[in-house]
Design a protein around this ligand. Structure first.
Ligand SMILES: Nc1nc2c(ncn2[C@@H]2O[C@H](COP(=O)(O)OP(=O)(O)OP(=O)(O)O)[C@@H](O)[C@H]2O)c(=O)[nH]1
Ligand SMILES: [Mg+2]
Length: 237
């Protein structure tokens, strides 16, 4: 039985997705891997398929949160999905370091945590930001839950399907990591941080990096400050 599955949200990761999936396969074994290609303009989808992943495509870019929702829905509905006790969320840009993700999945598979979040070592590549989004996320999570997170925006997480359900509906785009942490803690579930030997592409000082951090700041702020959308029944889904 495959108790572990993975969802990899991607936008234009053709240069890295092959290496990321090769590393991830060592962790997931024969379990399902779903790559969500979120409106890429390169051949990310074809490369992911060639590497043996199941691929879900968004025709237009809908953002990371929507990609994770599509990915989890496809994973759980597809072959082997019902056996998954834990789902790994893996950014597409980790390359070979994705092979080091087992330490993240293990505590969730063992039933010791409902969500495990990877903390990353110093990155080989220097980042362009000054940590403003990280500080915003950290202080907001502290205010809403009392928890102090070391790396509140880390995208690499292992969680149970029930924990993911507790965080739905997700806020748009880059608010997803903060929502997962806050909602899962508020549901009384167990969240831990686990050091993991991962390296990713870090946004730099160029205009792309500046725009990325501005969008992250906006989405994290809105997630922390906008009232949570509730379904018609009045209960958070
Ligand atoms: N679904 C989706 N994924 C995206 C989008 N933009 C980036 N990603 C993916 O999200 C993951 C993280 O994106 P990055 O651009 O590396 O951002 P980051 O690592 O969180 O940010 P920094 O630490 O500031 O560099 C990667 O797998 C990207 O391919 C998007 O618009 N939609
Ligand atoms: Mg990155």
């Amino acid at each position: 039985m495959n108790r572990l599955g993975a969802v990899v949200p991607c936008k234009d990761e053709a240069d890295r997705i092959g290496a990321t999936l090769a590393g991830l396969r060592q962790v997931v074994g024969t379990g399902p891997i779903v790559v969500v290609d979120d409106g890429s303009t390169d051949n990310t989808a074809a490369l992911a398929e060639a590497a043996g992943a199941r691929v879900v495509r968004h025709g237009v870019n809908r953002g990371k949160a929507a990609a994770l929702e599509s990915g989890v829905d496809a994973l759980l509905a597809g072959e082997g999905g019902r056996d998954c006790a834990a789902i790994l969320f893996v950014d597409g840009d980790l390359e070979g370091s994705a092979a080091n993700l087992s330490v993240l999945a293990d505590p969730v598979l063992a039933g010791d945590a409902d969500m495990a979040i990877a903390t990353l070592p110093a990155q080989k590549q220097a980042g362009g930001g000054r940590g403003r989004v990280v500080r915003l996320a950290r202080s907001g999570i502290r205010r809403l839950t009392g928890r102090e997170m070391l790396q509140p925006l880390s995208g690499m997480r292992a969680l149970t399907p029930a924990a993911f359900e507790a965080a739905r509906p997700l806020p748009p785009r880059w608010g997803v990591e903060v929502r997962l942490t806050v909602a899962i803690l508020q549901a009384g579930m167990r969240v831990i941080e686990v050091p993991c030997e991962l390296q990713h592409r870090v946004s730099g000082k160029d205009w792309r990096g500046v725009l990325h951090r501005a969008a992250q700041f906006r989405d994290v702020w809105l997630t922390l400050n906008a009232p949570r959308r509730r379904p018609a029944s009045g209960r958070p889904r």
